[in-house]
Design a protein around this ligand. Sequence first.
Ligand code: AOF
Ligand code: ZN
Length: 364
Amino acid sequence: MTVSDERFMALALSLGRRELGACWPNPAVGCLIVSGGRIVGRGWTQAGGRPHAETVALAQAGAAARGATAYVTLEPCAHHGKTPPCAEALISAGVARVVAAVEDSDPRVAGKGFALLRAAGVAVTTGVLADEAARDLAGFFLKTEHGRPWLTLKMASSFDGRIATASGESKWITGGYARKLVHSMRARHDAVMVGAGTARADDPSLTVRDLGIERQPVRVVVSRYLDLPLMSQLARTARQVPVWLCHGTGVDPDRARAWKSTGAELVSCAVSGMQIDALDLMQQLGARGLTRVFCEGGSALAASLLAEDLVDELVGFTAGLSIGAEGLPAIGTLGLERLSEAPRFRLIETMDAGGDVLHRWARG
Ligand code: AOF
Ligand code: ZN
């Protein structure tokens, strides 16, 4: 591994992030082809997951790929899926060396891509900027290894951790800049998710706006009884941007029919106690291909996800006002007795977000 290997891999990683949020169920991979110190091809997984990054970069490099080095953020695939294997494409283009960040966790690949390359006489270096790549691809790895997507939990609250007054007023606790940042975060996730209480109280559209982005995340609403108003933004727009309604067993069949006729997709989840089982919910979303989910509350859904240790990242926006104990808390009851039982996160970023404070925290 050389310093220039790391520099080129850093570039490949930034290419890979271009369609983060739009590649699911596939990982967002970046690829750079370098010949004689010059970049001759650049590629990233395209929206919808195909073509793969290598295909795009090889097409750009053309004959210049012969004898070149390919930098890829994930092991090139080895399987005949909807497209031929990238490892074979690299071999037949005459690439002399492949530098990869991490091995693919998809069992159809898992080391076989490297083996194909080596067997064809291509020099292979692995593990370059592996930690960075693993962070970018964490959602894909969680889905293939644990069957559930990465979960970011976002909360916009007052200084005293409230998300609304006792009368339900919540617009706006944080300012315009914080809300703009939220839209850019939504765009980097495959889906935006809220609980039924939030959907009823706010009538949200849950789309990405004012950023010039066309492809929208899936909108997931978690509602035990499917008792959501049909006269709502979500129902009106379910044919333009997907709406997935995650409900419990035994819901009113008329409600289910009415929601289906709006174009929404119904996802039946297991119930534990009075609520939808949080782990089953996340696994259902993983089984449908989601790799990154952005949950925006409310307090009951947030609490059930935290209680089941399913939150990978916390994003907080804290505003400089206090609402008081009568306000609605950001997180519902967790039923903890001891501090040692509280899910603990580690600070990774703080930022002034136009007068509010943005703070990001990672699990573990
Ligand atoms: C690559 N380069 O850019 C991506 C890869 O359904 P398919 O045929 O498109 O294959 C999906 C699998 O390919 C996915 O699970 C992962 O293992 C790999 N993704 N591989 O060589 C890429 N996105
Ligand atoms: Zn591939």
